[in-house]
Design a protein around this ligand. Structure first.
Ligand code: GLP
Length: 260
């Protein structure tokens, strides 16, 4: 796991976009894994700016969203399918039919989850998965206790997550209790995972998953097993890390030709 501590969200967006740009230049039909939440927004802004100014091309790329609420009507502004479209994919030239989301409105949810897994496989797997992290250590919507072998499935949200996400709805009562999410086993198969965390409210979760034991109580800790995991943090999110100076030293002394 490579931990990179940066001054702020602008720098995080640029560094992550560098990794995505270099992937797309080498493999124009790359498969991207997209996350919702506020953490990835600087990445999406930077990618949209590079598309606009330098013609960064997404025309052959595919994208898979991590998760979706169950029970929101199709087109609901806070459904993750809509959020991903609004915040990112509508701002670049990726084909709408190449952007995939779990179907939280399917009549047969388990079958829809299996089809989603099958489609990820059929397209050769995810090359680069963007992740945020919940204050309880969740990635996607894999809440504490999620199996490290889990695949796309239905999950219940814990109250802390519903409270954290209530800011996107008119009231807590509107926040769904159920979701569909890629599993930890699914996420682990992405060839590169790039997790972004910013702000002091993430400091404890970051400390737990980066330096704590690998344990299902903190789902993101499973990334310690991933052969290519990058964690981009601002100073506030990094503030509880024991080895922060070591991570800074390691990154500052990295050969300039070596990307993330
Ligand atoms: N399902 C999403 C996660 O994928 C995201 O990482 C998390 C953190 O969101 P934020 O980045 O806004 O803190 O929120 C939601 O629960």
């Amino acid at each position: 796991m490579e931990v990179v501590i940066l001054p702020g969200t602008k720098q995080i967006g640029k560094l992550a976009a560098d990794a995505i740009e270099s992937l797309l230049r080498g493999k124009p039909d790359a498969v991207l894994g997209l996350a919702t939440g506020s953490s990835p927004l600087p990445i999406y802004d930077e990618l949209a700016a590079r598309h606009e100014s330098d013609g960064l091309d997404f025309s052959q790329a595919h994208a898979f969203a991590l998760d979706e609420y169950v029970g929101l009507p199709p087109g609901h502004p806070e459904s993750y399918r809509e959020v991903i479209r609004r915040e990112f994919t509508s701002r670049v030239n990726i084909l709408p039919e190449n952007v995939h989301s779990p179907d939280g409105a399917a009549a047969d949810l388990p079958a829809a989850c299996q089809s989603y897994e099958d489609l990820i496989q059929a397209l050769g797997g995810v090359d680069l998965q963007i992740l945020g992290v919940g204050t309880d250590g969740h990635i996607g919507f894999n809440e504490p206790g999620s199996s490290f072998a889990s695949r796309t499935r239905i999950k219940s949200l814990i109250e802390q997550t519903r409270r954290d996400n209530a800011r996107f709805f008119n009231s807590m009562a509107e926040v769904p209790h159920h979701v569909v999410t890629q599993g930890l086993g699914t996420i682990l198969e992405a060839r590169h995972v790039l997790l972004v965390a910013t702000g002091a409210q993430k400091a404890q979760a970051v400390r737990d998953f980066v330096e704590g034991p690998v344990a299902a109580i903190c789902a993101a800790s499973v990334l310690q097993f991933h052969p290519h995991a990058t964690v981009l943090l601002d100073e506030a999110a990094a503030s509880s890390l024991k080895l922060a100076d070591f991570y800074r030293h390691t990154y500052d002394n990295k050969p300039p030709w070596q990307g993330l």
